[in-house]
Ligand binder design. Structure first.
Ligand SMILES: Nc1ncnc2c1ncn2[C@@H]1O[C@H](COP(=O)(O)OP(=O)(O)OP(=O)(O)O)[C@@H](O)[C@H]1O
Length: 257
């Protein structure tokens, strides 16, 4: 059994908007084990990105505790890489320079070796010297994933990484991120509003309520069949998430009839 790595306990978060307190996250409790692939699915605005940013150390919180390997998270660290929906590559740097940007304290030779390996991993060989505008959306997102992985983080946080891609590229990228996860064994936490994606990628699926985001359910994806789109297991799981996802709306609908 893998070790517990990330522990979120009794986490609450609010933002002040127009001097008014807006509750964003409510009593989040979640323990993530080393090497797990966790997907977090929830309605737009339920606080998924905020939760990821708190784990990344980019946003603070009022109540609760978030620890990484027993240490309270108090800011960003190379231990936690992040990939956003937009690739955020620097347009004036080549792909290899973008990827190696965060690599400090290594010799030039070591840097070249690491970047070559990671470029192979994300299948961008031949495009080392290209610039971001010369890549397709999927390729740019692969470069962003490479940049997130280049420091060999223990945890990779993925905030809707495939959200801006067309449906076919998205499916391709989902397959690729699974292969990368299987090879690198990095703990991955991916936020999405796509139920299909959450089921296909996650070993556990965290389903959140609408804002203020609370965890409604954590679903284990434990059969091989559940990774095969079109299988009965896959359909069963997507339906299960769907039920949780639209529970509130169903209730509202029932009340209004
Ligand atoms: N810096 C901020 N200041 C004030 N409010 C914020 C800030 N960041 C986020 N919010 C608000 O917090 C809520 C949750 O935002 P968040 O981006 O975490 O949601 P999300 O679930 O990731 O949504 P989406 O799927 O649409 O990206 C939203 O209502 C948003 O307006």
């Amino acid at each position: 059994m893998a070790e517990d790595l990330l522990k979120i306990e009794g986490l609450y978060k609010h933002f002040l908007v127009d001097k008014k307190k807006v509750e964003i996250l409510k009593n989040i409790n979640l323990t993530i084990r080393e090497g797990e692939f966790i997907t977090i699915v929830g309605h737009s605005g339920c606080g998924k990105s905020t939760l990821l940013k708190i784990i990344a150390g980019l946003v603070d919180y009022e109540i609760g505790s978030v620890t990484n390997n027993g240490t309270k998270i108090s800011g960003p660290d190379i231990d936690r890489g992040m990939v956003f929906q937009e690739h955020r590559l620097l347009p004036w740097l080549s792909i290899q320079d973008n990827i190696s940007f965060g690599l400090t304290n290594v010799s030039k030779q070591e840097k070249n070796r690491i970047v070559t390996d990671i470029i192979n991993l994300v299948k961008l060989d031949g495009f080392e010297n290209a610039y971001p505008h010369q890549l397709s959306g999927g390729m740019a997102q692969r470069a962003a994933i490479a940049r997130g992985l280049v420091t060999n983080p223990r945890i990779l946080l993925l905030d809707e990484p495939f959200g801006a891609l067309d449906a076919l590229t998205r499916i391709q990228m989902q397959k690729e991120i699974l292969k990368i996860w299987e090879k690198e064994k990095t703990t991955m936490i991916l936020v999405t509003h796509d139920i299909d994606e959450a089921v296909y990628l996650g070993q556990r699926i965290v389903v959140m309520s609408a804002r203020p985001g609370e965890i409604k359910s954590i679903i284990d994806v434990d059969t091989a069949g559940s990774k095969i789109r079109g299988s009965a297991d896959f359909a069963y799981l997507t339906n299960k998430v769907y039920q949780y996802f639209f529970e509130d709306e169903k209730q509202e609908l029932e009340y209004s009839i």
